[in-house]
Design a protein around this ligand. Structure first.
Ligand code: SF4
Ligand code: SF4
Length: 135
């Protein structure tokens, strides 16, 4: 099957487990890690391309879910609505990847889509709903 791009979210108990190793070893899946931010004993996330035989792929995802990993298709994209944004900076404080940053000297909040991990932390943090999710 064609590679699928997915986002995995790890909770504090799974972030230090070798789940990716098991995906390769047990389910014979081919993995291309595109972005990752995993801190042992903290929440983490990983964006990857995954492919293999359909049955193995399905079992691999089942295994991830059984380990408490949340799976989300990468078809989700985050966008910064500059019309609504009031540049309060709340999203910068929660963004783990540096995708949201303050541009000087005008002190405007900017969004770099290339760095975005689609973790949705900014979507929850924005009081003005200026960080939007698209599918
Ligand atoms: S939290 Fe929302 S309003 Fe504040 S800077 Fe970020 S996107 Fe703009
Ligand atoms: S979803 Fe928001 S908080 Fe998460 S990496 Fe992208 S811009 Fe940063």
């Amino acid at each position: 099957m064609a590679p699928e791009r997915i986002v995995l979210r790890f909770n504090a108990t799974t972030s230090d487990k070798p789940v990716i190793y098991h995906l390769v070893k047990k389910y014979n899946l081919i993995i291309n890690i595109l972005k990752a931010r995993i801190n042992p004993h903290k929440e983490g996330m990983m964006v990857l391309e995954l492919h293999g035989e359909p049955e193995q792929y399905a079992h691999g995802l089942e295994y991830l879910r059984s380990m408490g990993v949340t799976i989300q298709p990468l078809s989700e994209q985050v966008q910064h609505n500059e019309t609504i944004c009031n540049h309060c900076g709340a999203c910068i404080n929660v963004c783990p990847s540096g995708a949201l940053y303050l541009e000087r000297p005008d002190m405007k909040v900017k969004f770099d889509n290339e760095k975005c991990l689609v973790c949705l932390m900014c979507v929850k943090a924005c009081p003005y709903k200026a960080m939007e999710v698209y599918f």
